[in-house]
Ligand binder design. Structure first.
Ligand SMILES: [Zn+2]
Length: 81
């Protein structure tokens, strides 16, 4: 019983960690996907930078839309967990 409970908790924690830091974000204008694993090297954003840590003036590399035009894209993490 304890094993099951702790197992579920761990999965939840891992999932939360991924949701917070490793989520892909989708541009509503052009459907460009920002992937924290690759970052945006062309615009000085290192790989491993979560979307929430992007500079305030960061814009979509494809269409120039502001950060506010992006929304979280949970598809991949939902498939994994
Ligand atoms: Zn865009």
């Amino acid at each position: 019983m304890f094993y099951i409970a702790s197992h579920v908790l761990t999965r939840r924690l891992i999932r939360r960690l991924i949701m917070d830091n490793w989520d892909r974000w989708l541009c509503r204008i052009c459907e460009h996907i920002y992937d924290p694993c690759t970052g945006d090297p062309q615009h000085g954003v290192e790989a491993g930078t979560p979307f929430s840590n992007l500079p305030r003036d960061w814009v979509c590399p494809d269409c120039g839309a502001a950060k506010t035009n992006f929304r979280p894209c949970h598809v991949y993490t939902d498939e994994m967990y």
